[in-house]
Design a protein around this ligand. Structure first.
Ligand SMILES: Cc1cc2nc3c(=O)[nH]c(=O)nc-3n(C[C@H](O)[C@H](O)[C@H](O)COP(=O)(O)O)c2cc1C
Length: 254
């Protein structure tokens, strides 16, 4: 087995939370896209934990526009594969999280969310009053300018990224995907004709059949600037050919 989920996590008795041995930087460096999955099922407790962790993501105004569909049913998985230009990893993966979002859900969600944040003492009455006053105006403006989809998509991608890293830390392999046809994905998850719903990303997960290699990254100085765009961010660990090597880390799943 390339992945041994049992050795990657444990439940901590005092807190009831799932824990892993890997640090966040380690998980980020180690994650690779996998395009071949074994048929082995993912333990239900991991899937449930990942659903919880997905919903821990931050979002603008804490409005949590994502609507996540956890797909394990074979018929639905195959429908997702057909909707994804027949990319085989979609049908193979025992679990796919479909990260959809609701364009108008904020109208119902704003008040209960604000009241909760206030009750929990996270938001002062003044801050909560500001959210009640300003959020609807700004949301309506986004709607009018045709930017609501972009707004929801941003939050949803944060949740999907966080879930991919959490899955990796729990011993799973993943594939984030945008190569699909939205209307067909909606039909596959039983949301055909639902104009409120958009699809953000698919996240396939399971156990890899292969040891995935990294396709590498540009040196930091190529894509990161310092203070002003175009001023390369200096990284002493990445100069010349050595720099490229540094970002060519290959995952070790042993
Ligand atoms: C938004 C997004 C969409 C992607 N869509 C697909 C996809 O449809 N099919 C696929 O095989 N890989 C897809 N990928 C995976 C990328 O090809 C992969 O992340 C990239 O080549 C870097 O490899 P790595 O993830 O192993 O570092 C996608 C990745 C992202 C972030």
């Amino acid at each position: 087995m390339l992945y041994d989920p049992a050795s990657r996590y444990k439940w901590r008795q005092e807190t009831g939370l799932m824990e892993t041995q890997m640090s966040v930087p380690e998980v980020i460096r180690r994650r690779r896209t996998v395009r071949g999955f074994k048929p082995d099922p993912v333990p239900e407790e991991i899937v449930r934990e990942l659903a919880r962790l997905a919903t821990c993501a931050p979002s603008s105004w804490n409005l949590q526009p994502w609507r996540i569909v956890v797909v394990t049913d074979e018929a639905v998985r195959l429908a997702l594969q057909r909707a994804s230009y027949n990319q085989k990893q979609v049908g193979e993966a025992p679990v796919t999280f479909v990260f959809a979002f609701s364009l108008g859900g904020w109208r119902q969600d704003l008040e209960p969310m604000t009241a909760q944040a206030e009750r929990l003492g996270a938001w002062s009455p003044e801050y909560a009053a500001g959210v009640r006053r300003n959020a609807p105006t700004q949301q309506e403006l986004l709607d009018k300018r045709g930017l609501m989809r972009e707004f929801c998509l941003r939050d949803t991608v944060v949740a999907a990224t966080q879930t991919a890293l959490a899955a990796e830390s729990l011993g799973l392999a993943t594939c984030l995907m945008s190569g699909w046809q939205e209307q067909r994905i909606k039909a596959a998850i039983g949301a055909a004709g639902d104009d409120d719903l958009g699809i953000g990303l698919l996240l396939d997960m399971g156990y890899s059949v292969e040891l995935p290699r990294s396709p590498g990254r540009f040196p930091v100085s190529h894509t990161v600037s310092w203070n002003r765009l175009g001023v390369p961010f200096p990284d002493p660990r990445q100069s010349g050919a050595e720099g490229l090597e540094n970002n060519l880390e290959t995952a070790r799943h042993d």
